[in-house]
Design a protein around this ligand. Sequence first.
Ligand code: NAP
Ligand code: GLV
Length: 325
Amino acid sequence: MSEVFITRRVFPEAKDRLKEAGIEFEINDTGEVLDKSELIGNLEGKEVLIPLLNDEVDAEVLDAGDELKIVANLGVGYDNIDVEAATERGIMVTNTPGVLTETTADLSFGLLLAAARRIPEADRFVRKGEWDGWELIQPQQGVDVHGKTLGIVGMGRIGTAVARRGRLGFDMDVLYYSRTRKEDVEEELGARYVELDELLEESDFVSLHTPLTEETEGMISESEFSTMKEDAILVNVARGPVVDEEALIKALESGEIRGAGLDVFEKEPEVHPGLKELTESVVLAPHIGSASRETRLKIAEIGVENAIAGLRGERPPNLVNPEVL
Ligand code: NAP
Ligand code: GLV
């Protein structure tokens, strides 16, 4: 019987590594997300579950995996897993931190630039044949990025990598708000720690990099938008529910803020129609923060190494609930 269930397609390299380790596995190769009953139906006798971040692994799923030793998530965020329930059941949970930091920071900065300089809109304008020459006042007039103030919410791995791009590449002043002070980043980048309200009041660009937790859900909502500058641009490459989407749409429509670059959404893969309609102020991406071929390959490799270690009774390299041991 297979020891491992993988909820979606993975690279051949990851399958080869499992085979090389002599581990039998089953994969949902349909390309479709399994619903809960299908996921549960595949867990009988499995010691390892390798899910993606859009597979909800709650207490019911964990109970169905009566042989489960480890849930090895493919991604750094693990808000899709009920870690407390896993710990109570003695199940290890792992993630894939670090390998995707720079790639995700690249995309964050890309969205920031795209929203500020209205690049997707300009691309559509050229393709439609609407461009009839250079003029001083062009329709896609944006705002400068260089020399402005960048506010980072959640100064962890990705937040720091985005701050570095802003400070070193674009001569930006960096403000940050995070759960704990980061004196090393303050020293390296001259970043200044401020409370969230002050960050929102002073930043031209607000970039979100917290995990999704009970504390961060809805962290950026109506009152936060009313505190932001009229010319501010919000970038969310963290998790959709960190931002109240209805409030964001209202803030954009009323001109409370200027724009947004979004890689994540409240109800993925659905995107609020109100956001899709805002073609001049919003840039959208389908959760591709870590989606370079090199990085996705590393994510799969690390996920598989975590799974193999857990299956062999060793401590997996990226254990998020060490109290389980
Ligand atoms: P990380 O290193 O753990 O950074 C998260 C930061 O947020 C930490 O500094 C943490 O503080 C801070 N934080 C946590 N709760 C907070 C709160 N309530 N208020 C303020 N700050 C808080 O994680 P990472 O590797 O940078 O990843 C961050 C998140 O990005 C992931 O959890 C995931 O959801 C998202 N992500 C998205 C994509 C994508 O494709 N769009 C790709 C990768 C990651 P401490 O330092 O005190 O712990
Ligand atoms: C992607 O969103 C991740 O959390 O790795």
